[in-house]
Design a protein around this ligand. Structure first.
Ligand SMILES: Nc1ncnc2c1ncn2[C@@H]1O[C@H](COP(=O)(O)OP(=O)(O)OP(=O)(O)O)[C@@H](O)[C@H]1O
Length: 284
């Protein structure tokens, strides 16, 4: 195993005024430079876990917490959000929650976090230019953030996290406002950043994308870790269905063909090899 950059130890959390714990005894490690995906049914605790990784729990959300989260050399509970922001950044599920609502332009919005870091205007300008080109929002940087479309706000939200240059990016279903093309474009950017060494922790409900991107998958079920494994082991395991996660249809087709004796091959978890397997099974 490579260097561990994030570790969660026996972490539990219950939001104030709720009866049920949103997370129960969650433990896992994330390796430097890896692409780590978190999946699970609605309400299984994915967003809560993201909040805990970046320090919004316990610094912002009130509730009862036990266990520990470590990011790099920092213990989240004992570190400020500002300290943590150099290590880890979250792109929120709802991008409108990420806007400062004080910036008059997209450029100001992007630079907002840098302002607290004492970065010079010169450097700020360079970074805003770089990030706005990367996110393809360079044509709207003088617009008011409140006048943007949902997809544009999502790109701005992503940019305002990425501009802080965190070593770990946490993405909580961060393309819900985008059309399929825009969404793929963002994922290409994410993959590019990961290839450059940034650790990515991604919550996603698009299982085909998860199968394509993830080195490791964590399955959450009612606040508990149901499994942590490679995409192959997760998606080939029929037991996983009971945790209410969606298995890609083509994986199910492969499995049915194997069960009926059309092939001896294990299911393919990515679309194109799966299509090849089906063709081979039905013609060969
Ligand atoms: N701010 C909050 N206050 C109180 N309870 C909350 C809060 N946020 C989430 N919860 C509760 O915590 C549990 C886990 O919710 P969470 O949003 O983390 O799940 P999720 O897997 O991200 O769901 P989704 O896929 O719908 O985004 C749910 O029972 C939810 O109602």
């Amino acid at each position: 195993m490579g260097k561990v950059v994030l570790e969660v130890k026996d972490f539990s959390f219950r939001y104030r005024q709720t009866k049920r714990k949103a997370l129960k005894n969650v433990s896992f490690q994330v390796e430097e430079g890896s692409f780590f995906c978190i999946i699970g049914a609605n309400g299984s605790g994915k967003s809560t876990l993201c909040n805990a990784l970046v320090g919004l729990i316990p610094h912002y959300f009130v509730g009862k917490m036990s266990g520990e989260v470590h990011v790099g050399d920092l213990k989240v509970e004992d570190s400020s959000i500002a300290q943590l922001s150099a290590e880890i950044g979250l792109v929120f599920q709802n991008p409108f929650n990420q806007l400062s609502y004080t910036a008059g332009t997209v450029a100001e919005e992007l630079a907002y976090g840098l302002g607290n870091r004492g970065v010079s205007r010169e450097v700020m300008k360079e970074k805003v230019e770089y990030v706005s080109r990367l996110m393809r929002i360079d044509h709207i940087i003088h617009k008011n953030p409140l006048e943007l479309s949902g997809g544009q706000v999502q790109r701005v939200a992503f940019g305002s996290t990425f501009i802080m240059e965190p070593k770990i990016l946490v993405l909580d279903e961060c393309t819900t406002q985008l059309d399929p093309l825009g969404s793929e474009e963002i994922f290409d950017i994410v993959k590019g950043l990961n290839q450059k060494g940034i650790t990515v922790i991604m919550v996603d409900h698009e299982m085909e994308r998860v199968a394509r991107c993830a080195d490791k998958i964590l399955v959450l079920d009612a606040g508990e870790v149901a499994a942590i494994d490679t995409p192959q082991n997760i998606f080939r395991d029929p037991e996983m269905l009971k945790h209410h996660i969606g298995i890609p249809d083509y994986v199910k087709v492969c499995q049915a063909l194997k069960e009926k004796g059309y092939t001896r091959r294990e299911a393919e978890i990515m679309e194109e090899p799966a299509i090849e397997l089906v063709k081979e099974a039905l013609t060969g």
